[in-house]
Ligand binder design. Structure first.
Ligand code: ZN
Length: 386
């Protein structure tokens, strides 16, 4: 009898251990305990108050910040301290001021709807304000907005009598316009962007490609591409081909994880009106790593270092996705820990050092591998939420 009791107790203990795990698997509409908790299943979910009950609701980019769903944001008290610092370190007030140095020329295709043009312009003008202080002289940027029908339009664009896009960039445009063309009613992708610096015209260029079916712009692409203009400008003196559509993309002085991670982080930071939105957006960014076969292996600091080392070498399908998804988390740690001006110092000095390790060693006293290890507790805590 006694043995039975012990066995029964053991079983009930096992059950009580197993139970929370089974109950905790979040799904759309299932109950949750902590407002603002973010979960990834087949989609991004957030724990929000629906009536008087806490439930998981879909947290799509469209829902983020939408005034009709004020509860679907991470409350300030539940924001991770590092994410909070990454939010407060970003110069949000600059984004509301007029810009002094940046002059944009808009080259818009007639196929790009007026609503899309207006939306993108608002986002680009805001981005110009956010990053105006990056430049100490007047900067011209040619912004091209086009659709899948506009390859010929793109090829015909000129600035100061010179083609805006060279042959290599045009090849990319041919590929991308093809990608956003519906095949049997289905879209391979709905938008794409690219940006860089053209030393021949001494101006930046920025492309926003959208399927004609798109009615409103993605909220972060304009700002993401804008950050690439800053990065390309930084490198232009020492890497004159960079950003000019060159095939000799030089990732030595700014590795892909920093290149894309910064663009993701800064763009999402710039459009977040409060830290709770940044939390959600960064969770959304991590979704891009979901398909990567390595994703679930990144659970220890050593595994993080190994994966980040892989991202430093030549890009492939997985490392492309992880440069955004994982790179942005390391970038978030840099911004939170060392601040905005140190961050800009790293970007501006990229061309001054033989390699990126020397650059960040000079700015923050760490090599990349040391940085990965130091950032690991934060990055892994965020990665677990993915
Ligand atoms: Zn990018």
């Amino acid at each position: 009898m006694k043995r039975f009791t012990i066995l029964a107790a053991a079983i009930s203990l096992l059950m009580s251990l197993a139970l929370p795990i089974a109950v905790a698997a979040p799904s759309l509409g299932s109950k949750c305990n902590r407002e603002g908790e973010v979960a990834h299943m087949s989609q991004l979910l957030i724990c929000a108050k629906v009536g008087k009950v806490l439930k998981y609701v879909a947290a799509t980019p469209d829902a983020i910040g939408a005034p009709s769903r004020p509860s679907a944001v991470v409350p300030a008290k539940n924001v991770d301290p590092t994410v909070l610092k990454a939010f407060t370190s970003f110069n949000h007030s600059a984004c509301t001021q007029p810009h002094q140095h940046i002059v944009m020329t808009y080259l818009t295709s007639p196929n790009y709807s007026q609503n899309m043009v207006d939306g993108q312009k608002a986002l680009l003008e805001k981005a110009a304000s956010c990053y105006d202080a990056y430049f100490d002289r007047q900067i011209n940027i040619n912004v091209v907005m086009a659709t899948e029908k506009d390859y010929d339009f793109l090829a015909a664009q000129k600035t100061n009598g010179q083609p805006v896009f060279d042959d290599i960039r045009l090849r990319w445009l041919k590929f991308m316009t093809g990608r956003i063309t519906p095949v049997q009613g289905k879209l391979g992708g709905t938008f794409a962007g690219s940006a860089g610096w053209n030393p021949a015209t001494d101006s930046g260029w920025l492309i926003l490609l959208d399927a004609t079916a798109n009615k409103t712009p993605d909220p972060h692409v304009a700002s993401h591409e804008f950050v690439h203009v800053l990065q390309s400008f930084s490198k232009s003196v020492f890497f004159p081909n960079y950003g000019d559509g060159s095939s000799e993309v030089d990732y030595v002085n700014m590795p892909p994880w920093f290149w894309e991670g910064t663009a993701e982080l800064f763009s999402y930071d710039s459009i977040s009106s409060q830290p709770g939105y940044l939390t959600l957006y960064m969770a959304e960014t991590r979704m891009q790593g979901r398909q990567g076969p390595n994703q679930n292996k990144i659970s220890t600091p050593a595994a993080l270092v190994t994966t980040m080392q892989e991202l430093k070498s030549s890009p492939n399908g997985q490392s492309n996705m992880l440069s955004y998804a994982l790179g942005s988390q390391v970038c978030e740690y840099i911004l939170a820990t060392y601040g905005y001006s140190k961050y800009w110092q790293i970007m501006k000095n990229a061309g001054q050092f033989k390699n990126f390790d020397e650059n960040i060693k000079s700015a923050i006293g760490l090599t990349q591998d040391e940085l990965f290890l130091k950032s690991a507790p934060f990055v892994l805590s965020q990665w677990k939420l993915s």
